[in-house]
Design a protein around this ligand. Sequence first.
Ligand code: SF4
Length: 416
Amino acid sequence: MRKISQIINGKRKIIKKPELLAPAGNLEKLKVAIMYGADAVFVGGKEFSLRSQASNFSLEDIQEGVEFAKKYGAHIHVTCNIILHQDNLEGLKDYLKKLDEIGVTAIIVADPYIMKIAKDMKLGLEVHVSTQLSTLNSQAISFYQNMGMDRVVLGREVTYDDLKCIMDKVDVDIEYFIHGAMCIHYSGRCMLSNYLSRRDANRGGCSQSCRWYYDLYQDGELVNQENDMPFSMSSKDMSLVAHIGELIELGVDSFKIEGRMKSVHYIATVVSTYRKLIDTYCEDPDHFQQSDYFEKELLKAANRAFCHGFYYEHPTVNEQLFNMRDEHPTQEFVMRIVDYDKETKLAKIEQRNYFKIGDQIEVFSPHHDNLCFTVKKLYNEDMEEIDVANHPMEILYVEIPYQVLSNDMGRKVRNV
Ligand code: SF4
C-alpha cells in the first residue's frame, strides 16, 4: 500500500511526490529540461534505441548529460527499446555495461532478451518496460514485476478507472503519460506511415501520415468537397493538467511528458508548468484550487488543441481534428537570455525567431514569475542600434527594465 500523504504540523502534505520525467532529443534540451524542473530525462542512445531520428546521444553525450543531471539531483533514463533482429545482438552487453558505468539510472526496454540480460548481468541499472509493449492491465504488469522489472511504462490507452485498479493491485513503479502528442491508432501499433511513405513508425520514422489531408469518398463520391474542407485523422494532443491532483493521490510514481523531437521552448514551457503545478499541489493538497493558469501556460507552446486522451474512456469525435490541423501556439519563442547587466539594464540574448522594436515579450523562468516588456532598444553584437532581430542564433542585446536571469526565455506575445 503506497503512503501518499501525511499530516505535518496539522496540515496534510504529499510525501510521495511523483517524478516528473521529460523528453530530450539533444543535450541542449536535456539541460533545459533539468534546469526547468524535470526530476529525470529520457533520451535515445545512438545504439539499440527505437526512434532513430531522435537518437542522437552518443555515449559521450549521455555521460555529459548524467554529469549535468547529478548536479541537480536528477536522473537520466536511456531508451534501449529496439525490437531486436538477429543481427542486432552484437555489442549489446558491452553497451549496457557502459551505460551502467556512466551512471545512467534506468534503461527503457521492449525486447524480453534485453530485460533478461540486463538483470542477469547484475548491473545497477533499473529496467523499465517500454510503453511500446502497450501494457494496459495489472496482470501484465505483475508478469513484468515477476521478471524483476523495476518499472512499467503504461500504454497511453489506460483510463483513470483502469489506472486506479492497477495502482491498487500492483507493487512496482508505474509511469503514466500526462502530456504530449497522441496517435490515432493505438500507439506502437500503427502501420499508416509504413504503408504510405515507407517510413517505419515503429522505428522512429513516422511521417505523421494520419495528419495529412485526404479526400474522403463515400460510395465512390467525394464527400469533403462541398465546403472545400480537407479531411485529416489527426488527434488532439493529450494534456492531463486538470487531473494532476487525482494522479498524485493515486500514487503514480512517474509522470511522463512525450516529445523528444519537440523544441527547447516547448520543453521549458511544459516542464516548468507541470513542475509548478505538482509542487503547488503537494505543498497543500487540501486547499489546492485548480486554475486555468496552468493550461494557459501550456497553450503558449502547444501545437494543437488539447484533449484528455483515454483518461475518461476511449476518445470520441471530440478528441480528433478531422478537418484542420489546428496548430496554434499562442506565443512564439524569440530569445534565450545569456546574461544580464543590472547597471545598463541590457540583456545579452541568443535570438531564436524574428522580433522587432515595439513587440511585446514575455520572459519566463524556473526561478521567477512571468514578466512582460516592450522592445524599445535593440543592439547587434557591435552595439549598433537595430530595429529587427532576424538572424536565428545571433547574439544581440536588448533593454529589459527588470532583472532577468541566464537561461530565462522570451516569447513574443500574440493577441489571440
Ligand atoms: S501515422 Fe499517426 S497514428 Fe500512425 S504512428 Fe504516426 S502519428 Fe501515430
